[in-house]
Design a protein around this ligand. Structure first.
Ligand SMILES: [Ca+2]
Length: 506
């Protein structure tokens, strides 16, 4: 195909050359005058234009002059009459040969050019194909990579969401744990508070027990001293008894005289109207008998209730007390009495320590006196109560002892019995005494201010015989009245009370 096309191009070229040489015969070919003339031939092939310079024969000039107007190509045909010299023919032949050579060279050149163009086009095609292939490969690789990346991205997103969910769950569980931790901490703090409170209570109890032990030791020492003194007194008495037995008759006489005078005095007292106590006092002081309590007075023959002088502890001056010589065998030293409301019982620590009121009426003997009396021997306590319906009741404690001021006049009680309730209404053993200016109770409040009076308040306890005296009709629903819980309840204020002591072995 390429050769066929080349052949067709060559024929076209030859025709063109002929046309061009005929066209330019009179123009360009005449330059230079006498020098050898040349012909320029231009061929347009596509975008390329080719210019050929061919030499022109000088001898052809005459012919042209002779044969002007005839076709040059027609010169190849032999002259009709054979006039052409052989030399000219030979020259023409050589010129034709040259032209043919030129044409061949030209054809070769064109072939080379065309081959180069084709080669270049092929190369371009090849390169384009290669580039396309590479591009396609790159595209497929990119697509593959993109797909892989998408897969990886999806996996990563999956993992991320899982991790996010895990984190959320973790944070939720962490919150729960934090809440639980907080509740645990608060419970621990509560327990610690309770523990500290219990510890403080234990410490208080320990200190109380220590003080009680000290009290017991002191009491033991006192009792030992007392035993020694009593032993000495007994030996002295034995001596006196021996002496007395020798002077029995004289003593009998003296005794008879004494009994006479006593009977005379008793007669005088019974005949007197409102001055019994005074007479008794005068009588006993004149006899110079030193009773340590009402029991000794009773044992000395005084069986009438009234005010007596007793010598408490180491005191040189006598103290006036009311002696109950009737109740349950008599011999009771009364240290508290309420009956009329005539005496104000809202008193200070010092008042309750030293005593106040009137021994013949409403009276508080004093904590110090009761402490001294109950420290010299084993005493019993009896509490007499009467309500406004005239019902009487009593509470008896076989053993009763009041500690000193340093121990806040705390009491020790044993063996309750009586009619004022199944249980004791006095606070437990070891309860200290409290007044409005001395808070020794077991309440965070001040019981002496709330319940009024001075008493062995617990927190604040079931009894208070030193509360406010309320008259009948005003005595109910009174928490700060004269109260004995197990007799008439917590808010009933009683009509009269008395508290009295007597040696346990009376
Ligand atoms: Ca208190």
């Amino acid at each position: 195909m390429r050769f066929a096309r080349s052949g067709w191009h060559l024929a076209l070229l030859l025709a063109s050359v002929g046309l061009v040489s005929s066209g330019n015969g009179n123009g360009q070919g005449r330059r230079g005058g006498g020098e050898r003339r040349r012909k320029l031939h231009r061929v347009q092939h596509g975008q390329c234009s080719y210019t050929f310079i061919l030499p022109e024969m000088e001898s052809c000039q005459g012919g042209s002059e002779q044969k002007s107007g005839t076709n040059v190509v027609q010169r190849d045909s032999p002259p009709a009459d054979g006039e052409w010299p052989v030399q000219k023919l030979q020259h023409l032949e050589s010129a034709m040969e040259n032209n043919t050579q030129w044409l061949l060279k030209l054809e070769n050149y064109i072939h080379q050019k065309t081959g180069m163009v084709h080669f270049q086009a092929d190369a371009v095609h090849n390169q384009t194909a290669t580039m396309l292939e590479i591009g396609t490969n790159l595209l497929t690789q990119t697509a593959e990579q993109t797909r892989k990346l998408n897969v990886v991205e999806a996996k990563v997103m999956n993992q991320t969401s899982k991790i996010a969910i895990q984190l959320l769950e973790n944070s939720l569980s962490t919150n729960k744990l934090e809440k639980e931790l907080l509740t645990q901490i608060s419970e621990i703090s509560k327990l610690q508070d309770k523990n500290s409170r219990l510890e403080s209570k234990v410490l208080v109890l320990e200190s109380k027990q220590r003080t009680e032990l000290e009290d017991m030791r002191e009491e033991k020492e006192r009792l030992q001293d007392l035993v020694k003194r009593q032993t000495a007194a007994i030996t002295a008495l034995e001596r006196q008894l021996r002496v007395a037995s020798t002077n029995n008759s004289a003593l009998q006489r003296q005794h008879q005289q004494l009994m006479k005078s006593v009977h005379t005095l008793i007669g005088m007292m019974s005949s007197g109207t409102g001055k019994n106590a005074h007479l008794q006092r005068n009588c006993f002081s004149s006899n110079e008998q030193h009773f340590r309590d009402c029991a000794e007075a009773y044992k000395s023959g005084h069986n009438t209730s009234g005010v007596y002088h007793i010598y408490i502890g180491d005191m040189t001056e006598p103290t006036k007390v009311f002696c109950d010589m009737v109740t349950s065998g008599g011999g009771w030293t009364v240290f508290q009495r309420r009956a009329s409301g005539s005496v104000n019982f809202q008193k200070s620590w010092k008042d309750y320590k030293l005593g106040f009121g009137d021994p013949s009426g409403e009276h508080w003997l004093g904590n110090e006196a009761v402490h001294l009396i109950t420290s010299q021997a084993q005493y019993s306590l009896r509490v007499e109560l009467k309500d406004w319906e005239e019902n009487g009741a009593y509470a008896l404690y076989d053993k009763f002892q009041l500690a000193g001021e340093k121990q806040q006049y705390r009491y020790h009680l044993w063996s309750y019995s009586g009619t004022a309730g199944q249980q004791s209404s006095l606070a437990s053993n070891g309860t200290g005494f409290s007044t409005r200016d001395a808070d020794n109770d077991k309440c965070v409040c001040k019981c002496a201010l709330m319940m009024t009076g001075g008493w062995w308040f617990d927190a604040c306890g079931l009894s208070n015989l030193n509360g406010i005296f309320y008259t009948v009709g005003h005595n109910i629903r009174k928490l700060n009245g004269i109260k004995w819980h197990h007799f008439r309840g917590p808010s009933y204020s009683l009509q009269s009370t008395s508290m009295m002591i007597r040696p346990a072995d009376f």
